[in-house]
Design a protein around this ligand. Structure first.
Ligand SMILES: Nc1ncnc2c1ncn2[C@@H]1O[C@H](COP(=O)(O)OP(=O)(O)OP(=O)(O)O)[C@@H](O)[C@H]1O
Ligand SMILES: Nc1ccn([C@@H]2O[C@H](COP(=O)(O)O)[C@@H](O)[C@H]2O)c(=O)n1
Length: 230
């Protein structure tokens, strides 16, 4: 059976980068659940519709040939024949995605897909990251983590990535998205049994180690080739 490590947290907390590296170290799969919401936002916009229009989002979701890789070393996201791996990170998609995420019918559908992808995986485990993984998608996962960092630290990390964008605008967009998303799911409070990792004062490597420690305590064993601590 595939072991699930569930990781939630706000925007820019390091969920995707830290989960990817932890997955490599454990030889696990990596499932980026935000990519499904982003890809549907991209798809809705590509149809000339507005993600604030719930009916248009539901209509777009009815014709949404979505596919994602669970391989941290070969990560891709597709809608039909179009590779949208980079396009779904554009600011215009980030600004539109919360509209998609608030549609209950969409959440139910993508959550089913996430569970199916994990169950169908032949891997020993999958790290699944998002906003409601510890609470809704995989509440029974043996390892559940809330990854946080101070808002200003998260904004600074995101600005460092997006060097062509104005830092204040990046921070405003990130906080606006968190505010909209937190109306739909609570990813700022740890549910019972969820371990909190606050990476405010940790560097990237220390954060990955913290995740691996929690994972090991919850039953996720490192693979033989990674016993050297690589
Ligand atoms: N502990 C850390 N120290 C320094 N930088 C970090 C740390 N964790 C993550 N980062 C960096 O912060 C940036 C944001 O991380 P990442 O994209 O993984 O966040 P996220 O939670 O997945 O965000 P989003 O929900 O917006 O997709 C990346 O550039 C990543 O390398
Ligand atoms: N489990 C999830 C994951 C994501 N979302 C929504 O998708 C957006 C993009 O997610 P990222 O992790 O790529 O930042 C996010 O802002 C949420 O609107 C979600 O609702 N539930």
């Amino acid at each position: 059976m595939t072991l699930t490590i569930a990781i939630d947290g706000p925007a820019g907390s390091g969920k995707s980068s830290v989960s990817k590296e932890a997955a490599r170290r454990l030889s696990y799969g990596y499932l980026d659940t935000g990519a499904a919401y982003r890809a549907l936002a991209w798809h809705t916009l590509a149809r000339g519709a507005d993600t604030a229009d719930e009916a248009a989002v539901i209509d777009a979701a009815s014709d949404f040939p979505y596919a994602i890789s669970l391989d941290a070393d070969d990560y891709w996201v597709r809608v039909g024949d179009t590779d949208v791996t980079s396009a779904i990170r554009e600011l215009r998609v980030s600004a539109a995605v919360s509209g998609v995420a608030r549609v209950a019918a969409v959440r139910e559908r993508v959550n089913d897909l996430f569970r199916t992808l994990v169950a169908a995986s032949a891997l020993p485990g999958v790290i699944v990251e998002g906003r409601d993984i510890t609470t809704v998608v995989a509440p029974d996962a043996p390892v559940r983590i809330l990854l946080t960092a101070a808002p200003e630290v998260r904004a600074a990390r995101r600005s460092a990535e997006l060097t062509d964008e104005d830092a204040a605008a990046v921070a405003t967009a990130l906080h606006r998205r968190d505010a909209a998303d937190s109306q739909v799911v609570d990813f700022l409070t740890a549910a019972d049994g969820v371990s909190v990792i606050d990476s405010t004062d940790l560097d990237f490597a220390q954060t990955v180690e913290a995740v691996l420690r929690v994972a090991a305590a919850g039953g996720a064993a490192p693979t033989q080739e990674n016993h050297d601590g690589r």
